[in-house]
Design a binder for this molecule. Sequence first.
Ligand SMILES: C[S@@+](CC[C@H](N)C(=O)[O-])C[C@H]1O[C@@H](n2cnc3c(N)ncnc32)[C@H](O)[C@@H]1O
Length: 266
Amino acid sequence: MRARSGKVKPACRGGVPRIEGYPLSAGYDSAWVFENEMGPSALWLAEALSKRMGFVPGMRVLDLGCGRGMSSVFLAREFESRVTAADLWISPDENFRTFAEAGVLDRVFPLRAEAHDLPFASGYFDAIVSIDSYQYYGTDDMYLKYVLRFLRKGGAIGIVVPGLTAEFKSGVPEYLTRRQKSGAVFWDPAECFSFHTPAWWRNHWEKTGLVDVEHAGLIEDGWRLWLSWEEARDGGGFSGFPSDAEAIREDAGKHLGFAVVVGRKR
Ligand SMILES: C[S@@+](CC[C@H](N)C(=O)[O-])C[C@H]1O[C@@H](n2cnc3c(N)ncnc32)[C@H](O)[C@@H]1O
């Protein structure tokens, strides 16, 4: 499972399916979603997280590792958040265009930022979110302390990360390391060792004593959501990156899913 950073124009024969429980995401154009994807639908993941975050209009929100900014557009549109859309790989020039086209420039500010060198005032944000990105830097024991510097006391930090429903008892299953018919190998050890269970994340944050963990759980039927995404990309003729559908289907939620973690700064 490799993060996707290249932009590929979709043929978009099919569309992004409507998923029960994700009514807000259903309001976005499929071609736009496919064009800006960098992994499993950022809109679904942002919507799942938003149910736990208590957003209110006007909040200053940091979207850390926003990629092509779909979650930033989503938070600005759906919750009237004032979003700082920070990313490393995707340039602010590109995201500026995306936000202008989406009509949210008055509420979303594109920025290039490295997660360990953030250019913000202490306590500036009311909330920090990170969608399919925190696993790249946040497994470091010291990172939570660093990023919380930019969150006000009582503010919420929420992440959604690809994760594990259960730890592997006897190594990574063969079907995750095998080459799929699409050509992709799901389990790239250089990245996937950062996948953890919600319990792991809870302990990772609670042991710091810096946050009260309000939620650490799995997205319900997260593997089905993930599979729906891979199948939609296949069905849409979106051939820029090989599909992981085969591995996710075979796993059927035995190990793979999405962890959602929300903490409140003490
Ligand atoms: C898999 S992509 C997900 C992007 C977006 N959140 C989404 O869901 O479409 C991971 C993102 O994390 C960002 N990222 C990884 N390491 C980072 C770091 N050290 N500092 C800032 N962003 C980082 C990358 O730039 C990339 O856009």
